[in-house]
Design a protein around this ligand. Sequence first.
Ligand code: F6R
Length: 600
Amino acid sequence: MCGIVGYIGTEDAKEILLKGLEKLEYRGYDSAGIAVATEEGVHVFKEKGRIATLREVVDQGVKSTVGIGHTRWATHGEPSKVNAHPHQSESSRFTIVHNGVIENYEQLKRDYLQAVTLQSDTDTEVVVQLVERFVHEGQSVEAAFRHTLSLLKGSYAIALLDKKDTDTIYVGKNKSPLLVGVQDGVNVVASDAMAMLQVTDQFLEIMDEEIVIVTKDDVTIKTLDGTAVSREPYTAELDASDIEKGTYPHFMLKEIDEQPFVIRNIIQKYQNEDGSVRLDEDIRQAVMEADRIYIIAAGTSYHAGLVGKQLIENFAKQPVEVHIASEFLYNMPLLSKRPLFIFISQSGETADSRGVLVEVKKLGYKALTITNVPGSTLSREADFTLHTHAGPEIAVASTKAYTAQMAVLTLLAADTAKAKGIDLGFDPIQELSIVANAMETLCNQKETLEKIARDYLAVTRNCFFIGRATDYFVCLEGALKLKEISYIQAEGFAGGELKHGTIALIEEGTPIVALATQEHVNLSIRGNVKEVAARGAFPCIISIEGLNEEDDTFVLPKVHSHLTPLVSVIPLQLIAYYAALHRGCDVDKPRNLAKSVTVE
Ligand code: F6R
């Protein structure tokens, strides 16, 4: 979702801001802009569409060493040049970029800005107009900025330029991600460290309801009441090459291919020298003390949570509920006496999950976050974090983060089982190594999977994925992958559920992808395939060695029966990838979607 960058130093700010915005493209956006300050004033360049379009309108003749930039994912007001950020105050003294949602912007307009003609439909413009109003009333810029932020309800990461003081960027944050990067004689602002790795790997975390006054040589953090805060920077352990595509045509394909490596990396990070699973004692203790685990997540991470429930219940005999983050607070279940909340989130920034975490902490319960971004909001605000070590995931469609989440959940479940004295009868680390090898085999079968995508999905308008038991959860994920990047209407169903209504949608040639990796439901899912085939469906059966039959379309290498989701999802990811490619879709940046969903 929206991303912001800022730069103040000695180099050409335009290029650094544009490069920074390119690094934020993966978050999803529909317009972009930058503002750079010179002695003559602040120059704003913005356009609807891609950064490449913005580049074309940026006047290379404007020389500046300070500026702010923004990618916008429309919430208030359609995607357009007018609604794109930066926005300026009425006199154009102040220029702002903002990520988040100001929930009370209508109220603020009525209370403070009746006399101002707003130029855009955005909630953001209200903020910059308020700063100008308070400055006109005699407040210093810093005081006006703090006053404005104290009136805002909702989420924001904001950067503000003042044309009368072009040596300063004012920054503020609440609920939306924001970092300030520091370096000798140059400082930067970014929603995400990746955007400014080009300048520094030293970053300061900014907490909610703090502002930062950023100059070339100094960074001052204050609370909204003006109290100074001191904080040491940390080193962002990111490899700049991780965020390049290299020779791959798309990040999604690169990330699919990285999965065997990610699983081996997880094994390495969570393995003791004697080969046993290594987890923090505190985490083990928290899981053991819980009488019920509540997994909270969204989208693909929710699908990993469904598999996690099976793993924890089967291995550790601990009851687990899985909830969609955006619904949890409205449909709150009766909680057990000693709940433990597990938040699963690739980005660690999903606003829906964070909303639940905030409530859970208010109620005094313990929370563990499983995330790919350890310094993220969900990681910082939970009691414990398990890192998925998948490396930056740039493609909007999540692939390696999903399998990494399931691998970490496998280790958590196995570790809990061991702590409870339950003998699993197998070595989880050994089984994950087998999974990594199987993933490698599957990643080498791209031609076959491309052909399947062509045969089944080249012209269809819809597709159903069916499976039973754990396969059903992977079907939900397979359908999500396909629909989000190829725009084919795809739905995952429990094999037995189709006949209770959805079978009415089956027509001559409707593709049905069926997963058959679970022995105890193998016969019944094959029965379900026959039901739909008898009604004209075009079945694509993906089975596993040992359960395969002659006419199966694709056969997976054998892995432990509880770990099949980690391998059965790979052909589904690749089929979705090739289907999207054949249809000419923008695989890495599907329409309407954002990588990091920072609004509720
Ligand atoms: C789908 C996808 C989304 C995310 C969801 C949660 O490919 O990526 O469904 O899984 O938006 O995001 P995180 O995991 O960052 O909380």
